[in-house]
Write a protein that binds this ligand. Structure first.
Ligand code: DAH
Length: 347
């Protein structure tokens, strides 16, 4: 039973250092019970006073009561400090729900997609249907069925990326070089009347430069019906040119050769930059070539089982990047797929 100054001093030192270490309400309560509770260390001293001689009882009693008051005060102070730091922690952790959220980057359509949609919209409004075909194509559809036989010089018009697959010593598959193979696929699967446009990626074994890329987007067009004439072709494509490049453009058709059409031609518009005077964009000719077109070759109609005496058709093919370059004043086709946001964000 501690009953003198020395043990009161020991109780005080221990109680104070334990109180210093207290960091939360729970351990504070444990401390209170251990020191000041009914069976606490100081309480036991006070209870034991009765057994002491009178003189000592007075002296120890006074000091023990003083210590009790001091420890109770320290307890209250510690309680207040703990409460305050709990509030402070809440303030630091507080989330301000009124703050604006982090900005979401806003995407946009690729310039090729924008032009592609404009072009498709134009033909869809004229009654054409949009269909798509495979990017990996058979030699048969990409060339043979379009009257471009092996070893024919016309194959030089398309530098081809072949698929590494051999059959009977030949490589019959390739990355399509144009969307024209879909002419044959559509005709094989449907009967006239036909009005389709075919958007899609095409691939070429190309040394790239400002006007050549190894991948490009084309739109093929095909219309087959009874009595379809060159006048239908010209009217349709002139309308297209005016809608995409403006109603003031002059339109001209000029002979060109494509193995799958007869006659074949190219569509040109007068240069909107120099007004026909001649500049860099139009190679000083005053005219800009927009697309290739022609009347579907009767041999192709016959080959898909149509009666070429009854049905005629026209076809056309255009490059979307080229149209976008002309419309937006883009000088290098390689910019489209370089993934440079400084370029893409301009459109
Ligand atoms: N397929 C041709 C090319 O890639 C473009 C073309 C020309 C398509 C004339 C046609 C056409 O349908 O009639 O160069």
């Amino acid at each position: 039973m501690p009953s003198d100054n020395e043990s009161l001093t020991r109780i005080e030192t221990q109680a104070r250092s334990e109180l210093d270490a207290v960091a939360d309400a729970e351990s504070l309560e444990r401390w209170r019970v251990a020191c000041l509770g009914r069976r606490g260390r100081l309480t036991l001293v006070l209870r034991g006073l009765a057994d002491l001689p009178v003189e000592e009882r007075k002296r120890v009693g006074t000091q023990a009561n003083r210590l009790k008051r001091e420890l109770e005060t320290a307890l209250q102070e510690k309680k207040a400090r703990l409460a305050q730091s709990a509030t402070e922690a809440l303030i630091v952790e507080r989330i301000d729900v009124t703050l604006p959220g982090p900005p979401l980057p806003r995407g946009r359509l690729h310039p090729t997609t924008q032009t592609l949609r404009d072009v498709l919209d134009c033909f869809v409004s004229m009654g054409f249907q949009v269909v798509e075909g495979p990017e990996i194509e058979w030699d048969h559809y990409n060339f043979e069925a379009l009257r471009i036989p092996k070893d024919h010089p016309a194959r030089d018009m398309w530098d081809t990326l072949w698929i590494d697959y051999e059959k009977d010593g030949e490589r019959p598959m390739l990355l399509r070089t144009h969307t024209s193979p879909m002419q044959v696929r559509v005709m094989e699967q449907t009967e006239p009347p036909i009005r389709v446009v075919v958007p899609g990626k095409c691939y070429r074994y190309e040394a790239t430069d400002p006007t050549h890329e190894w991948m490009l987007t084309q739109v093929e067009g095909l219309a087959v019906d009874e009595g379809m004439s060159l006048g239908d072709l010209k009217g349709t494509l002139a309308d297209f040119a005016h809608r995409i490049f403006g109603p003031d453009r002059k339109v001209a058709f000029r002979c060109d050769y494509f193995p799958f059409v007869e006659p074949g031609m190219e569509l040109r518009i007068d240069c909107f930059l120099c007004g026909g005077q001649g500049c860099r964009t139009c190679s000083r000719s005053g005219w800009i070539e927009i697309l290739g077109a022609g009347m579907v070759h009767p041999e192709i109609l016959d080959a898909v089982g149509y009666d070429s005496e009854r049905y005629t058709g026209f076809a056309f093919g255009l490059g979307i990047e080229r149209i976008a370059m002309l419309r937006q004043g883009i000088e290098d086709i390689r910019l489209f797929y370089a993934n440079d946001l400084r370029f893409l964000r301009q459109f």
